[in-house]
Design a binder for this molecule. Structure first.
Ligand SMILES: Cc1ncc(COP(=O)(O)O)c(C=O)c1O
Length: 398
């Protein structure tokens, strides 16, 4: 199509959608692909949105967002001890726009932006949209899928401007520890880069794990742009409410960019977001209890099936399952599981080259769906494969 731009032609196609298309042929699949909570948005948030509509919060509002929401976000980050105020906060359309706007404000065409591999599939597309070049850093299972400072340093060039970090991670479930953050910060400072710290899963962690942020380090505050949203923590994916927390001098330049993109985030949604941020936080903990149980069901269960192995995810609601012993590409094997077991997963290759040999499985679904998926996969593997003495899975004859 001659009218299309390079970005339109090259934006990575959604593999999840492709898996959906394959799955549509069957009416009895268990779908473990969708990265969103299977809970409803808390009632008090919904009520607040209705009230806001009735009270006339239906007009434009400041590009940067409603002051009371910016204050509520700043107050949440009081825990980082960096003196964040409303001037450090920009309200966006989901975490997605927060990532885009952060890069738009700090990256020029031709610059290089470092991204993890595997990572959230939109990162590379978003870097391309601003005319910059995504440069991948490989993440390894032997390092618990945590990005390593030394590996980051290897890909830095004179064109490197910034780096996207994501902890807890989609699709890996990994969480960076304080030691990792400190080591990475040394590299960031050495090359004077900017960090986009994607913390959208910051409240979804298990076994007492905490997730230190780059922004908490005293000398990293002004080089770190925190990306977050209410999507995952409050089961509000459809509300499209996110934000950036960063140095006030960077934030001061974002409203004019927002003006040119969406003008502002819907006003009544911001009113509802205030009630999510300032109201009872127990809803977050309640969901977490369910995710933890489901993580254990899925990961313990999948590790019992011959040929599969999976690290226990300390955060997010994803399991990144090693299927290398089957000797197939992750796309081939994901298709095989749909056709043979009627279970839909996402091939790891959808998240980057390093995802080859893995499947991403979402456990933000019901216990019943997880048990059903495990039974189906287990039965399929038992019927069709045999494990040889080297642990490799071979297809049964006939
Ligand atoms: C790592 C990561 N960042 C950002 C987002 C965007 O979230 P939203 O735009 O719904 O806030 C997602 C959504 O799946 C994600 O997994």
């Amino acid at each position: 199509m001659k009218y299309l731009s390079n970005v339109a032609k090259n934006y990575p196609a959604s593999v999840i959608r492709e898996m959906f298309e394959i799955a549509r042929k069957y009416d009895d699949v268990v779908n473990l692909t969708v990265g969103e909570p299977n809970f409803d948005t808390p009632k008090h948030v919904i009520e607040e949105a209705k009230k806001a509509l009735d009270n006339g919060y239906t007009h434009y509002n400041p590009n940067a967002g409603l002051l009371e929401l910016r204050e509520a976000v700043a107050s949440f980050y009081g825990k980082y001890n960096q003196g964040y105020k409303a001037e450090n906060v920009m309200i966006t359309v989901g975490g997605m726009e927060a990532i885009f706007l952060s890069m738009m404000a700090t990256v020029n065409p031709g610059d290089e932006v470092i991204i993890p591999d595997p990572c959230f599939a939109n990162y590379s597309g978003q870097v391309m949209m601003i005319g910059a070049k995504p440069v991948s850093v490989p993440l390894y299972e032997k390092n618990d899928f945590k990005i390593q400072a030394a590996d980051i340093e290897k890909v830095i060039t004179s064109k490197t401007k910034s780096i996207l970090l994501n902890s807890p991670s989609n699709p890996l479930g990994s969480v960076l520890e304080e030691k990792d953050i400190i080591e990475i910060a040394e590299v960031i400072k050495k090359y004077d880069l900017i960090v986009y710290s994607d913390e959208v899963y910051d409240r979804i962690m298990y076994d007492g794990k905490t997730c230190p942020s780059m922004a908490q380090l005293p000398d990293m505050r002004d080089k770190t742009m925190i990306i977050n949203s209410l999507s995952k923590s409050f089961a509000m994916t459809g509300w499209r409410l996110g934000y950036i927390v960063a140095d006030e001098n960077i934030i001061a330049n974002l409203p004019k960019l927002q003006e040119g993109i969406v003008s502002c985030v819907p006003t009544f949604i911001q009113k509802a977001a205030v009630s999510a941020m300032t109201g009872s936080q127990s809803v977050v903990g309640d969901m977490l209890d369910h995710y933890k149980r489901r993580r254990d069901i899925l990961i313990d269960g999948i590790n019992e099936i011959p040929g599969f192995s999976c690290l226990k995810s300390p955060g997010s609601f994803y399991a990144f399952v090693n299927i290398k012993s089957f000797g197939k590409t992750s796309m081939e094997f994901a298709k095989e599981l749909i056709e043979g077991a009627r279970v839909v997963t996402v091939p790891g290759s959808a998240f980057g080259k390093m995802g080859e040999g893995y499947l991403r499985i979402v456990f933000a679904v019901s216990d019943e769906e997880l048990y059903e998926a495990l039974n189906r996969i287990g039965a399929y593997v038992e019927e069709n494969y045999i494990q040889n003495e080297n642990g490799k899975m071979e297809r049964k004859e006939g």
